[in-house]
Write a protein that binds this ligand. Structure first.
Ligand code: NAP
Length: 265
């Protein structure tokens, strides 16, 4: 029995990569895809892999009502992801979400909804295994090196800043780092934003440039030494083993998991 999957945002950079991954796994079946403008056309033809027999729909509710769907994969926008997740959960469909921009309150509300409907869900700000390791190593290092700055670098089509990965990394560092304000107590920004955005006293800097995919450096500084932990996603295929893992894992849970670090040792 295959796992029936719907992809929202399947025409986009991440969504189309997810469709390719689903097509390559005999355990998964793409039953439909959602795009706000495309309807009735073959998904494979649109994303350039040839006809695959699954169509685009403009209305997620229609797809969820028409087909037996197990999992919704969402790579859309910060504006639509929460509504899509709510719709899926209310239909008993398990969301696997890579879209960033959900707030801690959104995540709490979605977790409550998952538990109310006894439906599992996974939100991962980053599905790349190397990025998960980067976050875990950063949390480990912060125990001993509590002065840290995060520099995240992404392509210039990205809508939210800082990235979901940077926020998740900062949250994991904050779990072990005693909160304190870094930098000179009298430091002054000559240009607004020069020192970045402060999260519990340490800065996050966001770089947006064409040519980049998704990159992050976590720099620790201490007396006479620095430590830099860096991860680079140089192709969007780097996220797909994590998406595949989450699609299978989400069938086994009935609450919301935030972060792939929770399902990878
Ligand atoms: P993208 O190329 O702009 O793709 C988003 C797609 O979603 C577009 O085709 C867009 O259509 C479509 N869309 C917008 N609203 C929709 C809705 N309500 N229903 C269905 N489709 C909708 O963006 P991307 O680079 O793929 O990134 C998508 C999201 O994934 C972003 O939030 C990004 O930060 C995140 N991301 C996550 C990871 C991870 O590992 N978790 C990795 C990379 C990116 P239009 O273009 O017509 O508006």
């Amino acid at each position: 029995m295959s796992i029936n999957v719907v992809v929202a945002g399947a025409k986009g950079r991440m969504g189309s990569e997810a469709v390719r991954m689903i097509q390559q796994d005999p355990e998964l079946k793409l039953v439909g895809a959602v795009d706000l403008k495309l309807s009735g056309v073959d998904v494979g033809e649109v994303i350039g892999i040839g006809k695959i027999g699954s169509s685009f729909y403009t209305d997620l509710e229609e797809v969820l009502s028409t087909f037996e769907v197990d999992v919704l994969v969402d790579f859309t926008t910060p504006m639509s992801v929460k509504k899509n997740m709510e719709l899926a959960i209310r239909h008993g469909v398990r969301p696997v979400v890579g879209t960033t921009g959900l707030t801690p309150t959104d995540i709490e509300e979605l977790d409550n909804l998952c538990q109310e409907h006894q439906v599992g869900g996974i939100i991962a700000p980053n599905f790349a295994i190397g990025a998960i390791l980067m976050m875990k190593f950063a949390r480990q290092a912060a125990k001993y090196l509590p002065d840290v700055e995060i520099i995240e670098m992404h392509h210039d089509r990205k809508l939210d800043a800082p990235s979901g990965t940077a926020i998740k990394t900062a949250e994991m560092i904050a779990e072990v780092r005693e909160e304190h304000r870094q930098g000179h107590p009298d430091e002054k920004e000559e240009i607004d934003g020069a020192r970045g955005a402060f999260f519990q006293g340490f800065p996050i800097h966001s770089v947006r440039l064409p040519g980049l995919v998704a990159h992050q450096q976590v720099i620790f500084g201490s007396e006479g030494e620095t430590l830099t932990i860096r991860h680079d996603s140089i192709h969007r295929s780097s996220f797909m083993p994590g998406v595949n893992l989450a699609i299978k894992k989400v069938l086994e849970i009935n609450h919301l998991i935030y972060g792939l670090d929770k399902i990878i040792d």
